[in-house]
Design a binder for this molecule. Structure first.
Ligand code: FAD
Length: 464
């Protein structure tokens, strides 16, 4: 083959961009060369970095800079506002590319099956996160009338949600939050946020740094009940084996023994409380019922039969993200991932020729942005191995213009890398006008307009 290897990557989040980077750093990038098209359903790239990471986490910006450098490589094209499969399907992709990598991540809430979870005032963390991060597909307003709020889960997303609920809107104003989010948070009535974990301090999934950050707000008093500090042999083993878990447990211990200060918003971290029911009146949340648990010696817990009703008016479940099933690909409902072997998609026990996965759709919704780099390297290594072994069927239409003609023929209003640069500059200019680094544009149409995405000349509208 003398032409460059053509690879489609569906999903321009960190995993997809790291996969592009791995391809560009591989030997085939030199000979015969690679040409990569990234298809992204949002008008802007970066996935959960834009629509998941909390706005008060500016240290992520360094990662964004590195991902930008990859995106700017001449061998890469970005087709934003293009949805798989509505705008382009698997057979289409296979007809244009030697290989297709799916890196579609996860953006929904994993279900929590307890009575009352669907009451008014009970929310999934993913929806709330999408709201405060200015995702176009969620309503512009969010009801923040509750004075006492419960957050279920003891991972970093639970911390993000609890922190955003407990901070004041003005603390978040210097960040890139959109105007509607600032206005919404200004009306937030929350004075107490209660975070609940089924297990103990040694089993919490917080990152040490994220946990310590909670205490940096001048408005948030973090409170841990000394009775919630408990360890069994399993917990002691975990602390010995896992430095991060040990640091988290030490921080929690320190907070449990200090005096409670007078910062206006109280954020309670409760352990050994298993949520069993959201209680409602007239269809609305009025309390959360938990069952006290105790350690069983192995680091797991069992119920004690003692129940507590917590006076809260809203409940956020942060019990994990869940991926969307992808058309024409196998899907494991339990893990919410595409079955694979080292990134090769496996269907009916066979590798689906030329189809690969990486990132959260491959591994499940666990781990930080940096972890998706290792995923991508593994997947790309398999792809290159398959190419070397002659296992990639040749596409029918490998010319780079063919897919452009296809999208235009279908009437897809797609954005490009240059368009993203325009939107990026526009958001920065909006921020600069008000002394902020950036203000996000929320509406999809406004994003497309700021990107300069030309309205399609005609053709069959996509999805028809
Ligand atoms: C609330 C939250 C906060 C987080 N905070 C941090 C943090 O502070 N630091 C950190 O390191 N990590 C953080 N993470 C983890 C980090 O976001 C993930 O590790 C990472 O984003 C996973 O990358 P991904 O590319 O697999 O998925 P994603 O980031 O989800 O990217 C997937 C991309 O695919 C696109 N897509 C999906 N379906 C389709 C389709 N059908 N067609 C076309 N495109 C599609 C999506 O729009 C998206 O752009 C956080 C995660 C969450 C949920």
């Amino acid at each position: 083959m003398t032409r460059p290897v053509r690879v489609a990557i569906v999903g321009a989040g960190p995993a997809g961009i790291y996969a592009a980077d791995a391809l560009l750093k591989s030997e085939v990038a030199q000979d015969p060369g690679v040409s990569i098209d990234l298809f992204e359903r949002m008008p802007a790239p970066f996935g959960l970095i834009r629509y998941g990471v909390a706005p008060d986490h500016p240290r992520i910006k360094g990662i964004v800079k590195a991902l930008h450098q990859v995106l700017d490589k001449p061998q890469i094209r970005l087709f934003g506002n293009v949805d798989y499969p509505n705008d382009i399907g698997l057979d289409d992709l296979r007809s244009f590319y030697d290989a297709v990598i799916f890196s579609t991540g996860a953006d929904a809430d994993r279900a929590l099956d307890i009575p009352g979870i669907d009451l008014e005032g009970s929310y999934g963390a993913a929806d709330f996160v999408a709201w405060y991060d200015g995702h176009p597909e969620v309503p512009r307003t969010w009801p923040l009338n509750a004075e006492k709020v419960a957050v279920l889960g003891v991972g970093n997303v639970a911390l993000d949600v609890a922190r955003i609920l407990a901070k004041t809107a003005d603390e978040l104003l210097p960040t890139e939050i959109p105007d509607n989010v600032y206005q919404g948070l200004k009306a937030n009535k929350a004075l107490e946020v209660h975070v609940f974990g089924r297990r103990g301090p040694a089993q919490a999934k917080f990152s040490p740094m994220e946990l310590r950050e909670l205490d940096h707000s001048p408005n948030i008093e973090v409170i841990v009940n000394p009775e919630d500090i408990d360890y069994d042999q399993g917990s002691i083993d975990t602390r010995r084996a896992n430095k991060q878990a040990n640091m988290v447990a030490s921080t929690l211990e320190n907070w449990a023994i200090r005096d409670v200060g007078d910062r206006p918003h109280k954020l309670f971290l409760h352990f050994f409380e298993s949520p069993v029911e959201v209680l409602g009146e007239m269809g609305e949340v009025v309390a959360l019922r938990t069952e006290r648990t105790e350690l069983d010696g192995t680091g797991n817990v069992r119920g004690t039969g003692t129940f507590t009703d917590w006076d809260v008016q809203s409940v956020y479940r942060a019990v994990g993200y869940y991926s969307e099933e992808l058309s024409k690909l196998p899907f494991d409902v339990g893990s919410g991932t595409v079955p694979h072997e080292a990134g090769r998609v496996i269907s009916g026990g066979e590798h689906m020729a030329s189809v690969y996965v990486t990132g959260w759709i491959k591994r499940g919704p666990i781990g930080l942005i940096g972890h998706t780099k290792g995923d991508a390297n593994e997947t790309v290594a398999c792809l290159l191995e398959d190419r070397a072994a002659g296992r990639l069927p040749a596409p029918e239409h490998p010319a780079p213009d063919a897919v452009v003609a296809f999208l235009e023929g279908r009437g897809v209003r797609y954005t490009t890398r240059e368009g993203w640069h325009r939107l990026d500059a526009h958001e920065q200019a909006l921020g600069a006008a008000r002394g902020r680094e950036r203000i996000k544009v929320v509406e999809r149409e406004a994003m497309l307009d700021a990107s300069g995405a030309p309205a399609p000349a005609g053709g069959t509208p996509a999805g028809s």
